[in-house]
Structure formats: structure tokens, C-alpha cells
Design a binder for this molecule. Sequence first.
Ligand code: FES
Length: 89
Amino acid sequence: MQNDDEVCLCFHVSQRKLIAYLRRTKPRVASQLAQCLDAGTGCGWCRPFLNKLHQQWQQGEPMGLTVGRASYAEGRDRHRAKSEDRDQG
Ligand code: FES
């Protein structure tokens, strides 16, 4: 994933914005990333990846997701399809 790619596809929040937010606000827990343009508050697919970025930041590691953009988007499509199946009972 490149920095301009969106991590939160629901709210169009790029990896670059999330990294800048982490550096600027130093959130104590990953869920506080929701305050960055509502990241993670839609379908929920990106939450584990938000956790990963937060963990990298906390541990002083280079920040960035290694997943490819296309497979990431496909994973989210599958996640949303499963959620819709569940919602329809
Ligand atoms: S991709 Fe972030 S909440 Fe759906």
C-alpha cells in the first residue's frame, strides 16, 4: 500500500493522513483513530489495519501496511458481503 492509498475505504482516509494523525495527536488507543475523519466507523474492515498502524507507531517502527491495494479492496468487498448476509439473517 502506498501512502496516498486509502486505508479506510468507507471514509476515504489515506494512510498518509493516518500516519500524520498518529504523529500529531499520539493517540493512546487505536480506536482514537476514529477521530481522524471517522476512520474505522463504517463497515469495520479497516479496524485491524488501523490497529496495525497504531501498533507500529507505538513501537517506533516504520509505519505502513504491506498489503496490496487491490487485495485490500477485495477483502473489504468480501467483508461487506458477509456483513450483508448476516444482516439479512
Ligand atoms: S473501510 Fe474503514 S470502516 Fe469500512
